[in-house]
Design a protein. Structure first.
Length: 198
């Protein structure tokens, strides 16, 4: 009788153990699924943020590529006395802003083309790494281009300290805004690649 009771107790313990294992497995699966949902949501948000920023810069680039050169060309001679430098500066600003806009347009279209519902995590990460690399290549091209353009633009005003000071101030403010946007974009790229790092 005692042996039968022990066997029954063992059977109950096995059932309880099996039930506990099933519950733990179910909980683990739910946790994994919730983690995937959260990660996917973060990746989607990062993609949307990147696309939005690239689109904004693309529009600004195209608008500035038209508006600023036209403003320079139509500026009175008392503001920009050297006609040759005026046209050279206008052409450089046009080329710079349009080049930047085309680069942003390319990055925008590439980010928008990422179909997160169809792509594997590995494909998303590979695409994000590729676009991040191209973003840096574009910066390597655009930063020296901007420095040369601004230097040539500043030549006729070297004897005008007020204008030069204004240009330097504008450059510092523009640099701060650009760095802020850059760090936000890199944060979005990191968010897209974090699952790989983990």
């Amino acid at each position: 009788m005692e042996n039968q009771t022990q066997i029954n107790d063992l059977d109950r313990l096995k059932e309880m153990w099996g039930d506990l294992n099933r519950r733990i497995e179910r909980l683990e699966n739910q946790t994994i699924q919730e983690g995937i949902k959260v990660t996917s949501g973060k990746i989607k948000t990062a993609c949307e943020d990147l696309a939005s920023r690239y689109k904004r810069f693309m529009i600004i680039g195209f608008l500035m590529g038209i508006a600023f050169p036209v403003y320079l060309i139509t500026s009175p001679s008392d503001f920009f006395p050297d006609d040759l430098m005026k046209y050279v500066s206008a052409a450089l600003f046009f080329l710079y802003f349009i080049t930047a806009a085309v680069m942003d347009s390319y990055l925008y279209n590439e980010v928008k083309s990422m179909d997160l519902s169809m792509m594997t995590v590995h494909q998303v990460i590979h695409k994000a790494r590729t676009l991040k690399r191209r973003h840096h290549i574009f910066m390597i091209i655009l930063i020296p281009f901007a420095v040369v353009t601004l230097a040539i633009f500043a030549i006729p005003f070297l004897n005008e300290p007020v204008i030069i000071t204004g240009m330097i101030t504008g450059g510092v403010v523009g640099l701060c805004i650009g760095l802020r946007q850059y760090f936000r974009m890199m944060r979005d790229y990191r968010e897209m690649m974090r699952q790989y790092a983990e």
